[in-house]
Design a protein around this ligand. Structure first.
Ligand code: PLP
Length: 385
């Protein structure tokens, strides 16, 4: 029994392709698989990464890391959210997950907890510096003092020093990125002076694509792994080309019927038919993460052609114009993301209609029921014949 008629699938071969493309840019990657691998399914994605020889992965919560350990992974696992809850310290220790530590308070929490549990081995930590995001991180100015302090602690063992770029996808803000990189080098130098073997990591996907010299030891690509191009719409877009989209979303056509000239379509009567048209009702809406913001803006792919959305997107349905697409009938498959052929709906395109970025498209649509590629294509064939 399924609660929704919308389905997604994840093309793991495309993930492999993207990974290899990125490995050609930098040999040591720590792929970012937070938020259920940007909606692609963390367990399946991590298995592919491990098969491809990846030895470092960045998850979001400590819980995501524990899930991967339970699935048998031996890779180095960094938890980007750090120790968000009291119980996370014990989970990180038990499952050998390296939390990001970003301020004195988060460090203190580990010390208190390890005294409580009397753990003999130090917890590996990643030390995060704020070089311009004003999100998580120690101030760069305190790097030297912090390194000296960390040296006195036997409860923790710093293995990674990192920071995060705020604007590496925005050419107009290059000066900001250069300043961040400079600050990071300062912080990393202070840490290295005390911990000579500590590894460094600065760049996300756009940073890796645009500024390979800023990467440090480990690059942290996320969206590019899933085929998103973070430089889309900039004059550097070509640096992110050649990546293949990994996620696809489909829903069945529920009804096909004529709408007479002058009649209105969907809530609020936003769309008024300028002539006699034919519409298809597609079984996906904002309850499936396909946002109401796409009302009058989006399009789906039916029988290899684009069918524009008419009027408001509803909770579990949307209505599209199929006047110029012959043969559409109930049971056909409508692709909301991806789809076969040259008119396939690209993540950036959907994001643009939506007023967001490919990252949010993946996370939102990725909450739908995920089926194997085989099931997905059987389902699609059934609905296309
Ligand atoms: C999400 C995230 C990344 C990956 O960013 P992309 O732009 O998707 O490559 C890297 N580092 C940190 C700290 C992140 O939170």
């Amino acid at each position: 029994m399924f609660l929704s008629s919308a389905l997604i699938t994840v093309h793991l071969e495309n993930l492999r392709h993207n990974l290899k493309t990125l490995l050609a840019r930098h040999p040591l990657l720590m792929p970012v698989i937070k938020a259920d691998a940007y909606g692609h399914g963390i367990v399946a994605v991590a298995r592919v990464l491990a098969e491809e020889g990846i030895t470092h992965m960045a998850v979001g919560s400590v819980g995501e890391g524990a899930l991967l350990r339970q699935d048998g992974h031996t890779a180095f696992l960094l938890a980007l959210l750090g120790l968000a809850r009291d119980e996370d310290t014990a989970i990180a220790a038990n499952y050998d997950i390296t939390p990001l530590v970003h301020n004195r308070e988060s460090l203190q929490r580990i010390l208190v907890q390890s005294h409580l549990t009397g753990r003999p081995t130090p917890l590996s930590i990643a030390v995060k510096f704020d070089t311009g995001m004003s999100r998580l991180g120690f101030r760069v100015e305190e790097a030297a003092d912090l390194a000296d302090y960390l040296r006195t602690l036997h409860e923790v063992h710093p293995v990674l020093v990192m920071s995060h770029l705020a604007a590496s996808d925005t050419p107009a803000l290059d000066a900001f990125t250069h300043e961040q990189a400079k600050r990071f080098l300062d912080a990393a130098a202070s840490m290295k002076a005390v911990f000579p073997n500590i590894k460094t990591s600065l760049t996300n996907s756009p940073g890796l694509l645009c500024w390979p010299s800023y990467v440090g030891d480990l690059a942290r690509p996320g969206v590019t792994l899933y085929g998103g191009n973070p430089l889309h719409g900039t004059d550097r877009a070509k640096l992110g080309m050649g990546l293949l989209p990994v996620m696809e979303m489909a829903a069945p056509v529920l009804s096909v019927h004529p709408v007479e000239q002058g009649a209105t379509v969907s809530y609020g009567c936003l769309y008024k038919a300028p002539r006699d048209i034919r519409v298809a009702v597609v079984g996906a809406g904002y309850a499936d993460g396909y946002p109401r913001a796409l009302s009058m803006r989006g399009a789906v792919l039916v029988r290899g052609r684009r069918a524009p959305i008419l009027g408001r997107v509803c909770m579990q349905m949307c209505i599209v114009d199929v006047t110029d697409i012959p043969g559409v009938e109930p049971g056909d498959t409508a692709y909301l993301l991806g789809g076969p052929g040259p008119l396939s709906i690209r993540p950036e395109e959907l994001a643009e209609w939506w007023g967001t970025i490919s990252y949010e498209v993946f996370c939102a649509l990725g909450r739908n029921r995920r089926v194997s590629e085989k099931k997905f294509s059987e389902y699609s064939r059934r609905h296309e014949s």
